[in-house]
Design a protein around this ligand. Structure first.
Ligand SMILES: C[S@@+](CC[C@H](N)C(=O)[O-])C[C@H]1O[C@@H](n2cnc3c(N)ncnc32)[C@H](O)[C@@H]1O
Length: 256
């Protein structure tokens, strides 16, 4: 890690790895390491299928190879054909455009589905959205999709700009609404969005957005647990025109 910068919660693996890098340069912001440590811990030392968009000088290949178990499927893509030379044993580099559906389809066909996808490619919002939309179905249940350098959503040159609807950041914010659309009480303006059946978390970090998949066909279940018994119900869903259950107790008026 950068001398003097040792944030809590960084897996020692990354700290040690950075002391032992070879000639292939790695390019990451320091504050991504706590994110990797949190988000990827459950995949560490396990055989996973992993896809990273963006190879550049090849430094992330050995890092991920050492982080995941032997036997993992480790796939890296880049638009620059020169990146192919960074392929190392146990990894696969494919050359193509992250926004090209035919190329992405060929990756899914050859290597998918994936436990983890990490987009560290062009950082252009349009590309980030295109890759996510195409690759999300190829994420396994309980897998994660990470998009890095999302600060570019605030840069007009990358298709962003503050509150630019076309930016990846605004797209990700809309996914928060989609995820909660089970609970809609305003069908006209906020209809149910089928993406709620797959998306269980949208986590915003400084410059990284993490999307987690959990397949859930029917509406979320609420439980009441008492006397060692657990009773499940989905009745909350049938209540329309909801109002606070605390009405009258928390200062909210009891009005019909
Ligand atoms: C930030 S670098 C990747 C750094 C690398 N992941 C690392 O950790 O060291 C971004 C890479 O994305 C590639 N790239 C840019 N546009 C792309 C696109 N449309 N499709 C695929 N790769 C792209 C660039 O050629 C560059 O090598």
């Amino acid at each position: 890690m950068v001398p003097g910068y040792t944030p809590a919660g960084v897996d020692k693996y990354f700290v040690e790895h950075l002391k032992q890098t070879g000639e292939k340069a790695l390019n990451k912001w320091t504050h991504y390491f706590p994110v990797y440590s949190r988000e990827l811990a459950r995949f560490k030392n396990r055989p996973v299928s992993f896809l990273e968009i963006g190879v550049f000088r090849g430094g992330s290949l050995p890092m991920w190879k050492g982080y995941f178990a032997e036997g993992s499927t480790l796939v890296f893509i880049d638009i620059d054909p020169a990146c192919k030379e960074h392929e190392i044993d146990g990894t696969h580099i494919r050359i193509g455009n992250q926004a090209d559906p035919a190329f992405l389809a060929s990756l899914i066909e050859e290597f998918g589905p994936f436990d983890v996808i990490l987009d560290d490619g062009s950082h252009i919002s349009e590309h980030q959205i295109a890759s996510y939309e195409y690759l999300w179905p190829a994420i396994k249940n309980e897998g994660v999709y990470l998009v890095e350098d999302t600060h570019t959503s605030y840069w007009p040159g990358f298709g962003g700009g503050y509150r630019n609807e076309a930016s990846f950041m605004e797209y990700a914010k809309r996914l928060v609404d989609a995820m909660h659309s089970w609970y809609t009480d305003e069908d006209e303006t906020f209809p149910f969005d089928g993406r709620a059946k797959e998306l269980c978390a949208v986590r915003f970090y400084d410059s990284v957005v993490v999307l987690e998949k959990f397949l859930q066909e029917s509406i979320p279940v609420c439980i009441t647990a008492s006397d060692g018994k657990v009773i499940a119900n989905q009745n909350w869903h049938k209540v329309r025109g909801r109002r606070s259950v605390f009405a009258g107790k928390d200062g909210t008026p009891i009005e019909d």
